[in-house]
Design a protein around this ligand. Structure first.
Ligand code: FES
Ligand SMILES: [Fe+2]
Length: 393
């Protein structure tokens, strides 16, 4: 069992109210289609991208189609129980193999154009007259070489993360490391046993805002007192505008008299068994770049995945995860879900209000970050670093 590294909590000293302003990115970074195209290439297609919840594809043949950068990716459960990811492109003449967002096939994935047919492991298994064909060099058809193009897939925390890069970056450094760095302990997240939790509720939000506005909003709490009255009741320190993510290892403490992380502070559900005394009655928020937010509370986990689909549009899929017994017994999770659902609506409305202004001449050079938002500057540096020469325009 892991405990939070308390030595790091000494860093939890509220910054002085004064301090400097620093610049944000310019408005074009949120509304220029060319910059979004570069992000697709250099960020979403090049990093580990959280694609699906593994348990959504429990049975062999279950598949889901997800957009990763410019590519359509098919995640499918094999007959051997293994989850694999492929580019959703037929190797014959390039038709999109699956057009449904999700579904279930028996044994094969069959292209609707000329009926080239692939096994769930991606191999080409059948095509009209396949037996009579030879390859371009006159040899026998190599069914793997003409199979679906596989992309890297890793499962962690009960989700499948894919990477389209020819040489994927280190998952341990970029994904596991991001969580460890935020929590101040390498395996503090393991106490929540996220992979073993069950889905209590899923809400999909279609947000008319650039994905970076949503990340930035999640990273700061300067707005909490203004737009999150229910959240600041449960987490009073948020009313001071300090984001939980500002300090390594710090989780915002529930207010006196608050029994659980619910819309009215009433008791929550069955606590997650591995949660330690240091983690109890606290809320931890984690950003895993580029598109995942993880929220930890003692009785549930709220897992956000973003799918940036356009420079000004992002689909956010949010899962509320509880211990298996809570879901199996059909317990009423309404008050529990309602708190963060309302926070989501409040946040996304703020992002949508901001998006149109990104194209304004008033925001050409961007805005500013107050001291409690300064850690967002590091996110901007990171984004500029990924975009390389685009950032020097
Ligand atoms: S494009 Fe798929 S079978 Fe022809
Ligand atoms: Fe918020």
């Amino acid at each position: 069992m892991t405990t939070i590294d308390n030595s790091r909590l000494s860093e939890f000293v509220p910054p002085a109210a004064g301090g400097s302003l620093i610049s944000t990115l310019g408005g074009e970074y949120y509304c220029d289609a060319d910059i979004f195209a570069a992000e697709q290439r250099l960020i979403f297609e090049d990093m580990w991208f959280c694609a699906v919840r593994s348990a959504d594809l429990a049975a062999p043949g279950a598949f889901r189609k997800v957009q990763v950068g410019r590519e359509s990716v098919l995640v499918v459960r094999g007959r051997d129980g293994v989850l694999r990811a492929f580019l959703n492109i037929c190797r014959h003449r390039g038709a999109m193999l699956c057009t449904e967002n999700s579904g279930q096939v028996k044994r094969h994935l069959r292209c609707p154009y000329h009926a080239w047919t692939y096994g769930l492991d991606g191999k080409l298994v059948a095509a009209p007259n396949l037996g009579a064909l030879v390859d371009e060099k006159g040899g026998a058809i190599d069914r793997t070489a003409y199979g679906l193009v596989e992309v890297a897939l890793r499962e962690w925390l009960g989700y499948a993360w894919v990477c389209l890069a020819a040489e994927p970056p280190s998952f341990e450094r970029d994904v596991v490391g991001a969580v460890a760095e935020r929590l101040g302990a390498a395996d503090a997240v393991e106490n929540y046993g996220i992979a073993d939790l069950a889905l209590g509720r899923r809400v999909v939000y279609d947000v008319a805002a650039n994905w970076k506005l949503i990340v930035e909003n999640f990273m700061e709490c300067y707005h909490c007192a203004t737009i999150h009255p229910e959240l600041t009741e449960v987490l009073p320190e948020f009313a001071d505008g300090l984001a939980a993510q500002y300090f390594v290892g710090h989780g915002a403490e529930f207010g006196d008299g608050v029994e659980g992380f619910t819309i009215d502070g009433s008791a929550g559900m069955t606590p997650i068994p591995g949660v330690t005394a240091e983690q109890d009655r606290r809320y931890f928020a984690i950003t895993v770049r580029p598109t995942v937010f993880i929220n930890l509370v003692p009785d549930h986990v709220i897992f956000h995945r973003m799918y940036p689909v356009a420079v000004d549009r992002t689909i956010v899929e949010c899962d509320w995860l509880y211990t298996e017994d809570v879901v199996a017994q059909g317990r009423d999770v309404e008050r529990s879900v309602e708190l963060f659902h309302r926070v989501n609506l409040q946040d996304f409305e703020a992002c949508e209000r901001t998006q149109p202004a990104m194209a304004s001449r008033a925001y050409r050079c961007g805005g500013v970050l107050v001291p409690s938002e300064h850690h967002i500057g590091e996110f901007h540096e990171w984004a500029l670093g990924k975009l390389g020469s685009i950032g020097d325009r």
